[in-house]
Design a binder for this molecule. Structure first.
Ligand SMILES: NC(=O)c1ccc[n+]([C@@H]2O[C@H](COP(=O)([O-])OP(=O)(O)OC[C@H]3O[C@@H](n4cnc5c(N)ncnc54)[C@H](O)[C@@H]3O)[C@@H](O)[C@H]2O)c1
Ligand SMILES: O=C(O)[C@H](O)COP(=O)(O)O
Length: 385
């Protein structure tokens, strides 16, 4: 049985992709072969020697200790784009919530006594006059799966859209509406945007990307939307301009402390990817990838390992994780040849310090091949499939 540990609720439609005759799935178990996770923090968990893969049913992987996983030859997968539409819809709704003062107006109506309600409503509405989106400028930091979808939707609503992403992929650039303008610095984006929306991963280099100096660049009445991660916006600095009225609203999917109660903060409980459709899409995508890795050794959409796929040939396959240093392929093929086995097909790929080799053999693998390969310095894991 292949053992799968789930650290969060994972959509059942996704879990159905794992046949129960071969897979045992539980929220608590020892020595799993793979872990499925959403936002549960994995930094302090012990990585057992049997662990081969982690499947993040979502986009962000800042809850997973990637370096530790790589050192142990554990492949971490995510589900790029599978929840992008869900986030897009929530960001567009949030711009409308902010521009029409909907949360504050709703609170006002909820607070009214029932006697004389109609008069109070008509009296009070002047305090919630809003503005419309067409003609306003939306600045998007990060034009990946989510940023591109938001850019195109906002442009279609009549907004002027500008975007900053120094490492935009060709795939994203192809999808981006021609009307979206590229800006060459994040500072220029802050200077020009009525709405700023972040769609970047939380990394060392993106911490406090919106800091005190950059907040000063924002035009009056700007709205900041953070559906990326807490830590990307310096909230202490932002509170000062929210208090002074310079910035109109801060909409965040990641409330961290009592700042959530500020009049000009619209705080949501990390709802971006919480739709039935996104939960299904993410689970199906990542489980298919994890299963193909466990059963065939193929790697698609890993954040720490290279892409590596090869149609099966021969009798048995070796899947080998190792360091990306000279002569690893030489040592692997010599070790196999020395044991008398014949290679039918072979693939070697690398990403940063990590490399991965698939070898299809004509005949079944003898235990000595495993043992000899495991002795090779800088090989991390060896599996026979
Ligand atoms: N609120 C939610 O529920 C929710 C849902 C999904 C994703 N997210 C967050 O959104 C992030 C983005 O998701 P995605 O699916 O679009 O990822 P993605 O990898 O498709 O896109 C991220 C983009 O950010 C760009 N980027 C990285 N650093 C940058 C920088 N300093 N300046 C400008 N651009 C930069 C990259 O080049 C890439 O194009 C995730 O990492 C996650 O933290 C949140
Ligand atoms: O990075 C992501 O995909 C989102 O933050 C969603 O997280 P969740 O799967 O815990 O909702």
């Amino acid at each position: 049985m292949i053992k799968i540990l789930t650290l969060n609720n994972i959509s059942l439609i996704g879990l159905e992709k794992l046949p129960r005759k071969d897979y045992e799935i539980a929220a608590e178990m020892s020595n799993p072969d793979a872990i499925l996770v959403r936002s549960a923090k994995m930094h302090d968990i012990e990585i057992n020697d049997n662990l081969k893969a982690v499947g993040r049913a979502g986009a962000g992987v800042n809850n997973i200790p990637l370096d530790k996983m790589s050192d142990k030859g554990v492949v971490v997968f995510n589900a790029p784009g599978a929840n992008a539409n869900a986030v897009k819809e929530l960001v567009i709704s949030s711009m409308l919530l902010a521009s029409r003062n909907i949360c504050q107006a709703w609170n006002y109506v909820n607070s009214l006594p029932l006697d004389n309600l109609k008069t109070a409503i008509e009296e009070g509405k002047k305090n919630y006059t809003g503005s419309e989106l067409p003609g306003k400028t939306l600045g998007i930091v990060g034009l990946g799966s989510i940023g591109v979808q938001i850019a195109n939707a906002a442009y279609a609503l009549g907004m002027d859209v500008i975007g900053f992403d120094p490492n935009i992929t060709i795939k994203s650039a192809w999808k981006l509406s021609a009307g979206v303008e590229q800006v060459l610095s994040v500072d220029e984006l802050f200077l020009r945007s009525d709405f700023v929306s972040f769609h970047i991963p939380l990394l060392e280099g993106t911490k406090n990307l919106l800091n005190k100096e950059r907040i000063a660049l924002l035009p009056k009445d700007a709205t900041i939307l953070n559906f990326a991660r807490d830590g990307i916006v310096d909230e202490e600095a932002l509170m000062i301009v929210l208090d002074s009225g310079k910035v109109k609203y801060y909409v965040t999917d990641f409330p961290i402390d009592d700042k959530k109660n500020h009049d000009r903060v619209i705080a949501l409980p990390h709802l971006g990817a919480s739709t039935v459709e996104a939960e299904d899409n993410c689970a199906i995508m990542v489980i298919n990838q994890v299963r193909d890795y466990l059963e065939n050794g193929n790697i698609l959409n890993s954040v720490n390992f290279p892409e590596a796929s090869m149609p099966r040939a021969g009798k048995e396959r070796l899947a080998i994780t190792h360091k990306n240093i000279p002569n690893m392929v030489g040592q692997i093929s010599t070790t196999i040849a020395d044991s008398g086995a014949n290679i039918v097909d072979m693939l070697n790929k690398s990403k940063g310090d990590i490399a991965y080799t698939l070898v299809d053999l004509e005949h079944e693998i003898s235990p000595s091949v495993f043992n000899n390969l495991k002795q090779v310095k800088d090989i991390l894991t060896v599996r026979g499939l």
